[in-house]
Structure formats: C-alpha cells, structure tokens
Design a binder for this molecule. Sequence first.
Ligand SMILES: Cc1ncc(COP(=O)(O)O)c(C=O)c1O
Length: 605
Amino acid sequence: MAGGLGSRFGGRTESMPKGFIEIDGMAMVERSVRKLLDAGIEQIIIGTGHHNEWYDRLAEKYPAIKTVKNEHFRETSSMGTLEVCAPYVTGDCLLLESDLLYDAISLFVLKNDPHSDVILASGPTHSEDEVYLQADAEGMLEKVSKKRNEIRTISGELVGISKVSKPFLDKMVEYAVRHHADMPKLDYEHAMEGVSQEGTPIFVRKVEYLAWTEIDDEAMLERALQQVWPRIRENESLRAVRREVLLNPGPSTTTDSVKYAQVVPDICPRELEFGDIMEQVSHDLTAFVADPKKYTTIMFGCSGTGADEAMLASCVPPNGKLLVVDNGSYGARFAKIASVYHMDMTVFKSSTYEPIDLGALEAEFRKQRYDALAIVYHETTTGLLNRIDQICPLAKKYGMLTLVDAVSAYGGMPIDMERLGIDFLTSTSNKHIQGMAGIGFVVCKNSELEKQKDWPMRNYYFNLYDQWQYFLKTKQTRFTPPVQTMYALRQAIIETKQETIEKRFARYTACWEILVQALDSIGLHMLVKRENQSHFITAILIPDTPKYRFEDLHDYARSFGYTIYPGKLGNIDTFRIANMGDIRPEEMQRFVPILRTYMHSIGVC
Ligand SMILES: Cc1ncc(COP(=O)(O)O)c(C=O)c1O
C-alpha cells in the first residue's frame, strides 16, 4: 500500500512518494521488494497514488512488481488503495505498508505461522506514533487504536506487515464497501478490526524485540537511522551464510535466499499444496526455454546424469538407431549409457577443443537412417559450445529426434527449443538455474512424448512417459521427490526471473572477460579458442614447469574462499575455472591476484 501523500514530511515528499526516501543508499520500498523476493514472494502488487510514476519505474526494474493506481488516493486512505489492488490478488498474500524498515525475519515469522490470517506486532517501540493492538485470550484481534486509553490491555504494537488469506481479504473489501459513506478514510487495520469483530478472527503474532520502524516524518527518519537501521543490519548480517565462491562447474554458488528456502515446515509430498509447487516449478522451467502449451518439464530426484539417462532410455524408439556426438566427457557418457541399454548406436567422434566439422557430421547423417541424435550443448569438460543452432535444425532435416544435454547451458544463455529444433533437453537444479543439487529434469516436446505411450519401458524409475502421466493424474511424482530441494529450486526460479537469463549471460560474460584478460597478462593459455567458448567455464593449459601442482593452486585459492577444479582430457592437462551460479564480476576480480600470486610463486610470471 503506497498511495499516501506522506504529508508529514513536508517538502521532502512533495515530488516523490515517501517509500522512496533512501536509507543507507537504497529506497525503503526497494529494500522491501528485495526482502519479499528473497522470502519467495512471486508477485508484488503495489497500490500507488501520490507520484505513482516512481513506482511504475520501479516495476520496470523488478518484473515481479505490478502497480495499480488508486485514483482517489487524496480522498481515501490505505483501505482505498487496498480495494483497488484486491481484484489482482489470486491467493493468500502479505500486506505491507510502503514506508517500513524491518528485519526480514518478519516475513519468515508470518510465513511460518500456522494461522492463515495474522497481524505482526512488536513490543514497545516508543516511536510516539504507536498503533496499539488488543487481542483476546486466544490471541485474536479485538481492537486497534492510536489512543492508549481506548485499549484495555496492549497486546502489541502494529508493525504494518500482515498475512491474509484471499477470503479474509475479500471480507475486508466487503467491509470497506459497506462503510464507504460513513468511513471514507478507512485504514486497512480498521477494516481488519471490523472483520475480526464480525466473526472472522485474525491472529496477533507478537515478536517482542523485532527491529522495525515506520517512517512518517523527519524525527522518525532520524530515529530510524540512529537506532533501528543499525540493529536491522546487524541482525540480518548474523544470519548471512559464510560465502564460498565455487569456481567449479557445479553445483554452483547459491544465494543465501536459495539456501534458506530449504527451511520449510515438514510436508508430505503427496499433499496438494506440494503438487501445486511442483506444477509451478515444472511450468516455469519449461517457460525459460519453450512454450509451456507445447512442451513439458518432467522432473526426477537425481543428478544431471540421471536426466540424461531418463532422456536416452525413454526417447530412443524401440529398435531405433542412435547417433551420439562425442567431443568430451559428457558426449562419451551418453555413449556409455546407450551401451548399457544395448542400443543400436554409432558414435561420431570429434575434437574435444575444436568446433564440430558440420560437413563431416552431415555426411554421417547421409550414410544411414538414424532415428535420434544425442549431443551435448555445452561440453563442460573444455568449455566448448557446440553449434546446436546449426546441428539440430540439420538433424531435423534428416528426420531425427534431437536429444540435447543442456545440463551446463540451460539457464545460463537464452535457448529457444522450438527455434533450435530441440525435441528433448536435459538439465539440473544446481547449475545455471542456481538451485541446490538433487533434481534432474527433461524438457520434452509434448507431441514427441505422446508417441512413447505404448513403447516398452527400458527402465522403471526413469521412464518419462510414466512420470508425466502419473503427475498429470495425481499432481504427484511416482516416487519420493527431494522436497526441500524443490523449494530451493522454486526460489532459484524466482531469482532467475528477476535477473532474466539475458542478464545472467551478460554477468557470466563479464566474469569470463575478467578471467581471460588476466590469463593473457599472466601468460597462461586456454585450450579452446575464445570464439568457440561458452563463457561458462575456461579450460586453462597447465604451465610448463614441474613446480606446478594442481593441489597447491587449489589449496591456495581455497584459503581465500575460492574453489577451482582440475581437468584432464586424454594427455592434455588443464585446470578449469567456471563462472556459473551466483558469482559476481567483483569476485572474479578478487580471484585474479590470487591466481597471479600462485603463478608468480612458481615462476610463471
Ligand atoms: C554437460 C554435462 N552433462 C552432464 C553432467 C552430469 O551431471 P551430474 O554430475 O549432476 O550427474 C554434467 C556435470 O557437470 C555436465 O556438465
């Protein structure tokens, strides 16, 4: 609710809404938006009024925000703004005022509370603008007032953050509509009081020492800066997880919000509520690379190799002929899996560090009829990006199904399966999508998946068609899913939508450019030519000195919080630096002197 005039501030809020007053370099409302996203909130509706254009600009920066203007913001109050927002709310929601500074734990407390309708309250703030709450013996709201003498016993002070179910919100709107004439300036908290008094109670959840403040005037701003903000910052920093920057090719570095998203109440995965989560996750995973009306994502509790196995074992037609492109460890793994299932297979071998010769590949396509092509999008072994944009359309011309391992490409670069001619694509929760390890998934073209209906099963656990049909019928997976990993993936998806895949690719590229420049200046050489690299991982030839030991470099980097990875390809020795996951250019910048110091110590530079 952000429609107010902020008139108690005088000049400062004449040309901007109060929520945009900055604390420590960030507008209060933007900080609140970030906390909401970190807490797993998928959509944020901001009811605007006074200088609504500021919020519209904020919405351009945060795709999760939708703004709705209360045209009558001068004649109404917060409930008037909530009334215009309510039609856009489709489920349970959190209600917040825009001028709040609060410890993010507030959102966790509300999400975690068993009641469906909850008002957050604190102990005494001495802010001199207190709104007191009185609750009954069961803790349900009885009265709200700014006047101390109207309250029999103070149960707590209103913070300005509540959790309400859709039915409760509808009742608040009904209440407001009934009182338009006699209470045109109704506050949302008095609508809550009215609804509670009329028999739909709302629980008052008190956190005695919560660090929070509303900011209504200069004195409150001063108090916020001097007393409240330092407490909030300290509390939140105490909950930050020690940062380790993983420069290995997955599982990749995750945000703290993804880590914390795993901390959820225990839930049986057969509950509809969890089915809804899986349905949304599956839909969103598809939407990153294809039209969810034509494609479906099928998930399994497994690593990336599990997803590759599910795809190969399910999608190569019975007695079908498979062509596997092998230009690195993961192409070789495809061939290994196919051989375990005794598939009729030809392996097309190609250089591990030079682009695939398309002429030679097409000549292979012509030699005999293949039913399916299996190829890796990004060969993580070397950082070589295969030209899927040329290879898959060509394979389609020859009538093949295209099975693509995009384990280390998906989420890191824009992919459009339909345009690229990809029928099935695999990935995992723990690489560019920036979730936790434990979920492998296959994005499938529905029209091809349907053809598998009567095919004999090559295996049991990893059968795509069965897993799909069972989920469609029951909203459950056939076998126990990794529950907490699913919640982390849901959070990782929210963060991917916020960043966008285009900007994620740009961030990775910025990190890669810093590294490549540093390698040049140190005098180290890369295995793959720049123009053929993915920007996600760089294979670096080991320096030509007997003093080099990977373990020494690894341990030295690790002592600074950076983890690097070895890489051996036949007789070519490399070490690899990946930049996947939540890694920032400034962190890559800080890694450069570490690498340089080690190389200097062994006489390379
Ligand atoms: C391209 C590619 N495919 C498959 C895999 C296998 O994934 P996992 O180790 O999760 O089984 C990886 C892992 O790095 C990979 O990079």
